[in-house]
Design a protein around this ligand. Structure first.
Ligand code: NAD
Length: 422
């Protein structure tokens, strides 16, 4: 099943459970608008190259379309559609007044110079400028896009319309109207959620082991907060390698990041001065890493990592989905049968969009909040959303994903019906 088919299968399951109005269901099965375009870019060697870009505006019943832009060689329309749908449900689960959208460019940004990346980014904005804006559609970062790229986007859009419009994208640098706390927001939100989950499942952080796949923006910040709370991070992977602490004593994410920054790989051993201790760490493949025994497995990289093929081998008690769509529908069924608690992406990683919403609000008001204020409001949203989803899970005797969809679909339906749809 492809990514969009997975999303639709989950939509169907939740729609049946809550007996969703069939007209609303019919509308929610398709995106409202699909933009697909070519972006010609002059490369540093003087030759022109054409890149394929996408923006999918899935649903704006609850507010302007909202969602990140991914730069990845495997980005395609199907994936962007799936991610745009997930954004619709995610904004509704955490009850922020935004709709769902997503964008992408099929490119390996690591192969571009900084100048080429900037020209590509500005070209992307020129292609979609009539369809975005603070009241229409507000892009944000995703895989391989960062505050610098968001800054270029905001600047290009502002130049095109002739005045500063910081609220056109979120995830910007602070100097361009970014929000305190946005960079760490997804990991921070997931950490608040982890704390609630730990209370529900009676987990003692100091005795709870975590495995994290993906050590970028989301994975790193989450790892850092969990480590500080005493959780034991026993294995970590990025796209180039993995490392496993055989003793289960727990690794400090700062050391792992240091190794990655100094050597380009996370799977080094940790050296302080001339003293090295490599004997307790083991290299494992990403595939092996997912199947290692642990309490909480945290996929924080890409979609479709836990599939029909490996779901039966997962030994974690909990899967906390920080990536979007890391578990396929078939795998999800297997994990549910094995009584593994899966905390779904649309709840677990919603901290990013919650703080993006705060950033947008601050831009519109031209008034800025402290990091403490941002995190306080984020905690309120994540804790409330967790309990609302948990309540639905108990009410319907279902899994957390279906419960989260039920919360989201009820909220989207309420607005659509108030507009006379359905
Ligand atoms: P990122 O580009 O900062 O990091 C991605 C990480 O995944 C990198 O460490 C990369 O090396 C690793 N990775 C890629 N392929 C891998 C593989 N096959 N095995 C192991 N590791 C691999 O991206 P990010 O912003 O951290 O996003 C990660 C996930 O979280 C994505 O699914 C994204 O859609 C989702 N997400 C991000 C945000 C956000 O605010 N950035 C919000 C919600 C959801």
């Amino acid at each position: 099943m492809n990514s969009f088919a997975n999303t639709l299968a989950q939509l169907k399951k939740a729609a049946e459970l809550i007996k969703l109005n069939p007209n609303i269901y019919e509308i929610l099965k398709s995106p409202q608008r699909i933009l697909q375009f070519s972006i010609p870019v002059k490369m540093d060697d003087g030759k022109w190259k054409v890149f394929e870009g996408y923006r999918v505006q899935y649903n704006n019943a609850r507010g302007p379309f909202k969602g990140g832009i991914r730069y990845h060689p495997q980005a395609d329309l199907n994936e962007v559609k799936a991610l745009a749908a997930l954004m619709t449900w995610k904004c509704a689960v955490v009850n922020v007044p935004l709709g769902g959208g997503k964008g992408g460019i099929k490119v390996d940004p690591k192969l571009l110079s900084s100048g080429e990346l900037e020209r590509l980014t500005r070209g992307y904005v020129r292609a979609i400028k009539d369809f975005i804006g603070p009241e229409k559609d507000i892009p944000a970062p995703d895989v391989n896009t960062n505050p610098m790229i968001m800054g270029w986007m905001a600047d290009e859009y502002s130049q095109l319309v002739g005045h500063p419009v910081p609220g056109v994208v979120t995830g910007k640098p602070l100097s361009l109207g970014g929000s305190q706390g946005r960079e760490a927001a997804t990991g921070q939100g997931a950490f608040y959620l982890l704390q609630e989950l730990a209370k529900k499942l009676k987990l003692n952080p100091k005795k709870t082991t975590l495995i994290i796949q993906g050590f970028g923006n989301v994975g790193y910040h989450f790892a850092q907060l969990a480590f500080k709370e005493g959780y034991k991070i026993i294995a970590v992977a990025d796209s180039k390698g993995s490392i496993y602490d055989k003793r289960h004593k727990g690794m400090d994410p700062k050391n792992i990041r240091h190794t990655k920054q100094s050597r380009g790989l996370i799977d080094g051993c940790y050296c302080v001065g001339t003293v090295c201790d490599c004997k307790n760490y083991k290299r494992v493949t990403t595939k092996q890493l997912l199947e290692l025994p642990c309490d909480i497995l945290v996929p924080a990289a890409l979609e479709n990592q836990i599939t029909r093929a490996n779901a039966g081998k997962i030994k974690a008690k909990v899967v906390l989905e920080l990536a979007n769509g890391p578990v396929t529908t078939e795998a999800d069924e297997k994990l549910n049968k094995k009584r593994i608690t899966v905390v779904p992406d649309i709840l677990a990683n919603a901290g990013g969009v919650a703080v993006s919403y705060f950033e947008w609000l601050q831009n519109l008001q031209n008034s800025y909040w402290s990091e403490q204020e941002v995190n306080k409001k984020l905690a309120e949203i994540m804790v409330k959303s967790f309990h609302e989803v948990w309540q639905q899970k108990e009410k319907h005797n279902t899994d957390l994903r279906t419960a989260a969809y039920a919360v989201a679909l009820s909220r989207v339906t309420e607005v659509m019906q108030a507009k006379g749809i359905g």
